[in-house]
Ligand binder design. Structure first.
Ligand code: ADP
Ligand code: MG
Length: 343
């Protein structure tokens, strides 16, 4: 099984689509017709607003197949899209997957990719309802689009944070970036001496943060149960500093962040130090953590203050008060979208 290689040409485009179709089992009653016709048919969402987002992953730009397992890549392609729906306080419902593949890929490789896509569909309860398949002369391209739903009064935008709101972040920061640095380092070692085995044991958590990130739908479901609707929200794709500034600038407010409140996992911290990179810089500027950054009213603080996976990292202030980080020794450093170095 492992070593079997079936050429894509043996199945053909339609054979491949039938294979994908036979494995796509819907979770949602709104999915009236999925794969197999000219368009998917989605039931009318009474009173809810429809959220729509798309994200494309290109080989050589967003991923490197020399260290990216295909199931992880499939999972990530879905998770990053679901994360965008989570960041609007929505519930993801359906996805379509566009694929450009060269004959370098076998049927087994596409199966592996779809194993990850299906795992994410099961985790986030979304239905794969269509897509497009085409040949590529260069690298692999995966483009996923997602539909989500949200009650109109609950949709959370980036531009609605207010002074005195509390700035919150889920999970921990910088792990995906440090994981990528480890993978790139081991790739260089391997390219110089293919007999060297990569040194990845003990680094599983940060590698997973890079290769197979999670969308924080768990947090959205919990906030909904607690009756907490954030005042503004974004998912962390570019790095905390840059994404904080997106909220602040679009909302026309200032922000204060506290270095000693930034959640950094111990493996992220240790590995960054080993590699001579500053863990705080990784937390502030490392991208692709896919955690949620949001603001809440002070009145909602009681409801979330004991949540184990939410950190309170700062507050929103008047625009005139500025955008800064308060360092551990009490200095104020102006927040920069990139290139901020810790001292
Ligand atoms: P059309 O020519 O009408 O666009 P296609 O032959 O491209 O139709 O696709 C047939 C069906 O298979 C459609 O439902 C389409 O959405 C679905 N489909 C095509 N490629 C994929 C894919 N890579 N993943 C999931 N569904 C796909
Ligand atoms: Mg058609």
């Amino acid at each position: 099984m492992e070593n079997q290689r079936t050429e894509l040409s043996a199945l053909g485009e339609f054979g491949l689509i039938r294979r994908i179709q036979s494995q796509a089992v819907p979770h949602n009653p709104e999915t009236i017709r999925g794969i197999g016709d000219d368009a998917a048919v989605i039931g009318h969402a009474d009173g809810q607003q429809v959220l729509l987002s798309t994200d494309m992953l290109l080989e050589g730009v967003h991923f490197d197949l020399s260290y990216t397992p295909l199931p992880h890549l499939g999972y990530k392609a879905v998770a990053v899209n679901v994360s965008d729906i989570a960041a609007m306080y929505g519930i993801p419902k359906q996805i379509v997957v566009g694929l450009a593949v060269s004959n370098r890929f076998s049927v087994e490789a596409i199966d592996a990719l779809y194993t990850g896509i299906r795992a994410a569909c099961d985790d986030y309860k979304v239905d794969l309802v269509g897509g497009d398949t085409t040949s590529s002369r260069a690298g692999l391209v995966i483009s996923v689009s997602v539909i989500g739903l949200c009650e109109p009064e609950k949709v959370v935008y980036r531009n609605t944070a207010k002074p005195t709101d509390i700035l919150c972040v889920t999970g921990d920061l910088g792990g995906a970036y440090v994981g990528l640095q480890v993978l790139e380092r081991e790739k260089q070692v391997f390219m110089q001496d293919p007999d060297m085995q990569p040194e990845l044991t003990g680094k599983e958590y940060i590698l997973q943060r890079q290769l197979r990130p999670s969308a924080r739908m768990d947090i959205i479901h919990e906030l909904r149960e607690l009756g907490v609707v954030p005042t503004a929200m974004i998912d962390l794709s570019d790095g905390l500093a840059s994404d904080v500034l997106h909220i602040a600038r679009q909302s026309g407010v200032g922000v204060a962040l506290f270095e000693d409140k930034l959640p950094i996992d111990s493996m992220t911290y240790q590995t960054a130090v080993e590699m001579n990179i500053d863990p705080v810089t990784c937390a502030l500027n490392g991208g692709e953590d896919y955690e949620l950054l949001f603001t809440i009213r002070q009145a909602d603080f009681e409801k979330v203050k004991n949540h184990a996976d939410i950190s309170f990292i700062g507050y929103i202030q008047e625009a005139s008060a500025g955008e800064f980080l308060v360092t551990k020794n009490g200095n104020r450093v102006s927040l920069q979208a990139q290139g901020w170095t810790h001292f």
